[in-house]
Design a protein around this ligand. Structure first.
Ligand code: COA
Length: 306
């Protein structure tokens, strides 16, 4: 069994925050942010649920499906609207779904964790035929807009896919990883802003993600040269370059949106996927690698035959 992506949808807030806007608020500059992160501007201003609903609806429309056609719904988010209930609940109601639904919190690796989970569920005996998987996060309310170490990176966004069962394998290899000893490098307590040790996160991410990609490729029996499309978590363009260098995947194969989206956590990989789809890169049979990392720290990689 396998699961193919039959619908992709995205949602970004209308409000644009440029690097110059940030430079007016704190000691930084457009030049510094572009050089050190690859970000020009980002979108902020919508709650997680709104972006989940908009992107989920768009993915179902592209798939030509109604709410009764979805058998399971997973929402990857680390920024739920409320503590209780999970944000899957309001999204489920607004989309008119009747299936099982739950939040999955693996921070910025959440979409990739969810992708593996969705595939495993579809593969299970009497598993669902179709799964709606959404990654949505609103980091802006948790961002200290006077902290130049985090404010330059974080943003809001949503992205969704519909996965449908097929009779041939599609998920060729995967790797899920975590190291809770690094939990203090990137954290936000109840009612406080996110704090981050940027340099340490950078180092752990590059090492863990490149090893994770190579592990997933090895399990899939695919070489780095055979990768057609790389959909990496959009945290910093220099991290993506370093991961490509270490794993042997050509940077030109990566589809990046970070220059205009910033880091919107679980949404970045489906946003990158939507760009790859619009570019015509997601041809049937293409080898597609997704890789994400985030607070925890968590990381996850998949190798998919499209
Ligand atoms: N504007 C201008 N100068 C800045 C700055 C900013 N926004 N942030 C830091 N600086 C300065 C520092 O004060 C330091 O100055 P000094 O050399 O005089 O002490 C210098 O720039 C270098 O700082 P450093 O922290 O080493 O920068 P960096 O190259 O590591 O970039 C990050 C900082 C946050 C962009 C980078 O560490 C990063 O992206 N880390 C990973 C974060 C991440 O991926 N988080 C999400 C995980 S899901």
């Amino acid at each position: 069994m396998g699961a193919k992506v039959i619908g992709i949808g995205t949602s970004l807030p209308e409000k644009v925050l440029t690097n110059d806007d940030l430079a007016a608020m704190m000691d930084t500059s457009d030049e510094w942010i572009r050089e050190r992160t690859g970000i020009r501007e980002r979108r902020i201003g919508l709650p997680t649920s709104t972006m989940a609903i908009e992107s989920g609806r768009a993915a179902m429309e592209m798939a030509g499906l109604g709410p009764d056609d979805i058998d399971l719904f997973i929402l990857a988010t680390t920024t739920p609207d409320q503590r209780v209930p999970g944000t899957a609940a309001v999204t489920h109601a607004e989309l008119g779904l009747g299936c099982g639904a739950f939040d999955l919190n693996a921070a910025c690796a959440g979409f990739t964790y969810g992708f593996v989970t969705a595939n495993a569920m579809i593969d299970a005996p009497s598993g669902p035929q179709r799964v709606l998987l959404i990654g949505a996060d609103a980091l802006s309310p948790l961002t200290d807009w006077s902290d130049r170490g985090t404010a330059i990176l974080f943003a809001d966004g949503g992205g969704a896919v519909v996965l449908e069962r097929t009779d041939h394998p599609t998920l060729l290899g995967w790797d899920l990883g975590a190291d809770g000893n690094h939990r203090r490098l990137l954290m936000g307590d109840h009612d406080s802003f996110i704090t981050m040790e940027g340099r340490d996160v950078f180092k752990v991410a590059v090492r863990a993600v490149s090893e994770s990609v190579l592990t997933a490729l090895d399990r899939a029996g695919v070489s780095p040269e055979e990768v057609d499309v790389l959909l990496p978590h959009q945290a910093n363009i220099r991290i993506i370059e370093a991961i490509c260098k270490r794993s042997g995947i050509d940077f030109a194969k990566s589809h990046n949106v970070i220059d205009h989206t910033g880091n919107n956590c679980a949404a970045t990989i489906p946003l990158s996927m939507a760009k790859a789809h619009a570019d015509g890169a997601l041809e049937p049979g293409a080898i597609v690698v997704m890789t994400g990392f985030g607070a925890g720290m968590t990381w996850a990689s998949t190798v998919v035959r499209w």
